[in-house]
Design a protein around this ligand. Sequence first.
Ligand code: AMP
Length: 191
Amino acid sequence: MLNIVLFGPPGAGKGTQSERLIDHYGLVHLSTGDVFRANIKGETELGKLAKQYMDQGKLVPDEVTINMLRAEVLKHESPKGFIFDGFPRTSAQAEALDHFLNELNTGIQIMVSLEVEEDELRERLKKRAEVSGRVDDADPEVIQKRIDVYHAETAPVKTFYQNQQKFVAINGVGTIDEITHRIYTAVDSRN
Ligand code: AMP
């Protein structure tokens, strides 16, 4: 299996690049943010709980997120691999993912980290708000909170994968095609 963690702050282009990668490598795209949003739309208990955190730009608690992720992975029979988009976002989630994949006799091959400066992120999120309809993209305070949470809780996940020699930083500024090709080169060197 080829399992990729696609990492980066909000607005780095994880969703856009995931779409390219799933086609190119035939992988299953697993975005925890998308799953939460689908649950909010479906008015499930999980959706109601997640919404309270998401609307404020906070992380949904680890236990809830990890259990949901496991259930999503297990829905797929003999997949070629997964792109984890927006997960893991804490060190506890990274450890849980390792244990879980280990149980399935697989693991993460590479963490691709899309690197984009903060001013550029804010600009992108502002533009995305006009088309995404996402509540958490529309409010500058919520955007700032998400960026702060990224630095405080999520950025340390890089160290987790650096220690395993799986971390690759990719310049996330350029055309979509340019960035896609940078990612292909990095993934192909590990695969
Ligand atoms: P995203 O679509 O990845 O930008 O995620 C939107 C929101 O969903 C985040 O701001 C969090 O509130 C929540 N979320 C998504 N993934 C996770 C995760 N791995 N852990 C905790 N909360 C998450």
